[in-house]
Write a protein that binds this ligand. Structure first.
Ligand code: ADP
Ligand code: MG
Length: 254
């Protein structure tokens, strides 16, 4: 059975997409069969996996509206070693179109069930909001990975997300849990970041992943080459951290 994880945080620019594509590439490198689902109309995870969002015939939009299956809409990224269910601007419309439909929050879950046997991991890159799209991600998933920067308001932001996840757990998806909080863009020289990191561990205990993703320019450069950092520069500190994170994920699930 495939393990399905959402990478979510309602804040923008916190490292969701970077986490999704690099974890996908890291898992693929250690032999896991991975599907990356882009649920953000910006399509950054699609482009960052070497798939041109403007050239896609079918996307996650068609899957949500049940005009295509996952098997029909996915494409394989040769360079990255995983499959991509892509997104582009068309997905913006899904939010409104879904409102009048039945089972609107369970569309992705149902569609993924048909592709379950093809994968060990499905990773869903969520948009920066707690919208119907994110809700589809949360309803489909077994767990949530929350990337966060160790900054002053970090804990407050996470509290909102934790409450949403509790509600989805109670009302829509009994399987859902927070798998862990991932500290990203970490700079150990900044005292405040160390302090917030300690606070996080105090508050969330072993829900905080051991692996820490450092701030690393190679991770930021990689998307402009249409690659995850793990593929773009495997020896960089950022890439190494994501490979370690992929291993930690696999270990946590055993
Ligand atoms: P989100 O998907 O949450 O909006 P992104 O993953 O797109 O966030 O990251 C926001 C910006 O930060 C991007 O420009 C990305 O390249 C950069 N970035 C993400 N993680 C790192 C990192 N560890 N080191 C340096 N830059 C990073
Ligand atoms: Mg993003």
């Amino acid at each position: 059975m495939a393990k399905i994880f959402c990478v979510a945080n309602q804040k923008g620019g916190v490292g969701k997409t970077t986490t999704t594509v690099n974890l996908a590439a890291g898992l693929a490198q250690i032999g896991q069969r991975v599907l990356m689902v882009d649920l953000d109309p910006q399509g950054n995870a699609t482009m960052g996996s070497g798939v041109d969002k403007r050239k896609l015939d079918l996307t996650v939009y068609d899957v949500l509206l049940e005009s295509a299956s996952v098997a029909e809409a996915r494409v394989h990224s040769e360079k990255c070693g995983y499959d991509v269910l892509g997104a582009n601007r068309e997905l913006t419309g899904a939010e409104i179109e879904l409102v009048s439909l039945e089972r609107r929050e369970k569309r992705l879950k149902q569609a993924l069930a048909a592709a379950d046997a093809d994968y060990d991991f499905v990773l869903i890159d969520c948009p920066p909001s707690l919208s119907m799209l994110t809700l589809n991600g949360l309803c489909a998933a077994h767990g949530v990975v929350v990337p966060m920067q160790c900054e002053y308001f970090a804990l407050e932001g996470v509290t909102d997300l934790v409450n949403t996840i509790k509600q989805v757990h109670a009302n829509l998806n009994k399987d859902l849990e927070i798998i862990g909080l991932l500290r990203v863009m970490f700079d150990p020289r900044i005292t405040l970041q160390q302090q917030v990191s300690e606070q996080l561990k105090g508050h969330f205990g072993d829900k905080v992943f051991t692996t820490v993703i450092p701030r690393n320019v190679r991770l930021a450069e990689a998307p402009s080459y249409g690659l995850p950092g793990v593929i773009f520069d495997p020896s960089s500190k950022g890439a190494q951290a994501f490979i370690a994170f992929a291993r930690e994920m696999v270990e946590r699930l055993q």
